[in-house]
Write a protein that binds this ligand. Structure first.
Ligand SMILES: Cc1ncc(C[n+]2csc(CCOP(=O)(O)OP(=O)(O)O)c2C)c(N)n1
Ligand code: SF4
Length: 284
C-alpha cells in the first residue's frame, strides 16, 4: 500500500518555538524519508533521547519511544536486535549524542547494527535553556573558525563529532542542514538504505538560544560535497585535483577537519562496508 505524507503525522501539534530548525527535520522525515522509501508505519521505529529535538516521536505516526537522555542508541540497538525487520531511526541532540551518550557511540559503531542515527546539532542544550554543549563553538572569527559565539562562551574546546565518527569508523557518515530539506531527505534515504550503522549530523538553528549570527554564518559558508566532483582544498590543484570519493576514509577525515575549521560541508563524508544484515541478525 502506498503511504502518503499525511499518513506519517500524528495529530499532536509541535510545541517548538516558531522558526525552530526541528520543523525542517520533522517535515523531511514525514514528507520525504518515510513516504520516499515506502516504509509502512508499523515497520518503522523512531527512538529519541530527551531534548527539544527528541520530542519528534510524538509527532510521527510510526512506532516511537521518547526514551532517556543519552541512552537512545542503546535502546535502539536492543529494538533492532529483537525486531530486525523494523527500520530503526534514532534522534537526539548534540548533548544527547556527544555529552551524556558519548560513551555508547564507539560501541554502537563497532557493533554496526543496521540503524540510522540523526544528531540534531543546534550547538546548545536547548530544552534545559541554553547551556553549552560539546559542539558549542568557542573560537572567534579570525582565529580560524567559521563561527563565533557571543553569549555564554564555553570554557572547553568543542568536540569534532564528524572526525570522531570517521576515526571510530562509523560505516556511513553524512552531514545535512535542516533548512535544505531536499538534500536532507536524500541523505537520510541513503543513510537508511545503507546496511550498517549510519550517522547523520543535521545542522539546525535554535532560534531561541543560539546567537543570531551563528546559523546565518553557517548557511552563508556551507558548501556541498558531491561524489565525483572536485573538492576545493589547499592540497587540490588543477593538475592534481582532489575528487570526492566517499569510500576514501583519509579524505573523509580531512573533510571533517575542513568542515569544523573552515566551512561546513554538506553531503556524504564516508560510506564503508555494510554491517550485520537483517538475515545475519536472525540467523543467530
Ligand atoms: C540523565 C539526565 N541528565 C540530564 C537531563 C537534563 N537534560 C534534559 S535535555 C538535556 C540536554 C538537551 O540538549 P540536547 O541533547 O543537545 O538536545 P536539544 O534540546 O538541544 O534538542 C539535559 C541536560 C536529563 N533529562 N536526564
Ligand atoms: S528552544 Fe531552540 S531547539 Fe528548543 S524549540 Fe525553541 S528554537 Fe527549537
Amino acid at each position: 500500500m502506498m503511504m502518503s505524507r499525511a499518513d506519517y503525522r500524528t495529530g499532536v501539534k509541535p510545541v517548538w518555538c516558531r522558526g525552530c530548525g526541528n520543523f525542517g527535520l520533522l517535515s523531511t522525515l514525514t514528507r520525504k524519508l518515510f513516504p520516499g522509501l515506502g516504509i509502512p508505519k508499523h515497520k518503522a521505529l523512531v527512538v529519541s533521547g530527551i531534548g527539544c529535538s527528541s520530542r519528534i516521536p510524538a509527532y510521527i505516526d510510526t512506532y516511537g519511544f521518547n526514551s532517556i537522555h543519552g541512552r537512545a542508541v542503546t535502546i535502539a540497538q536492543g529494538a533492532k536486535l529483537a525486531r530486525p525487520e523494523l527500520t530503526v531511526v534514532v534522534i537526539g541532540g548534540d548533548g544527547d549524542f556527544f555529552s551524556i551518550g558519548a560513551g555508547h557511540l564507539p560501541h554502537a559503531v563497532r557493533r554496526n547494527l543496521d540503524i540510522t542515527c540523526i544528531m540534531v546539532n543546534n550547538f546548545v542544550y536547548a530544552l534545559t535553556k541554553g547551556q553549552t554543549s560539546p559542539t558549542t563553538p568557542h573560537l572567534k572569527r579570525g582565529e580560524g573558525a567559521f563561527l563565533s559565539r557571543q553569549f555564554y562562551p564555553p570554557v572547553d574546546p568543542l568536540l569534532d563529532m564528524l572526525s570522531y565518527s570517521v576515526s571510530t569508523r562509523a560505516s556511513f557518515i553524512a552531514q545535512g542542514i535542516a533548512t535544505d530539506t531536499a538534500q536532507l531527505g536524500w541523505l537520510l534515504e541513503e543513510a537508511v538504505r545503507h546496511k550498517g550503522f549510519s550517522f547523520v549530523s543535521v545542522l539546525t538553528p535554535c532560534v531561541t538560544f543560539d546567537p543570531p549570527e551563528l546559523f546565518d554564518t553557517i548557511r552563508e559558508k556551507a558548501r556541498y560535497l558531491r561524489e565525483g566532483e572536485v573538492v576545493e582544498l589547499p592540497e587540490s590543484s588543477p593538475d592534481t585535483p582532489w575528487v570526492h570519493d566517499p569510500q576514501n576514509i583519509g579524505l573523509a577525515l580531512r573533510l571533517a577537519e575542513v568542515s569544523l575549521m573552515e566551512e561546513p560541508l554538506l553531503g556524504v563524508f564516508f560510506k564503508g562496508g555494510g554491517g550485520m544484515t537483517d538475515a545475519g541478525l536472525s540467523a543467530g
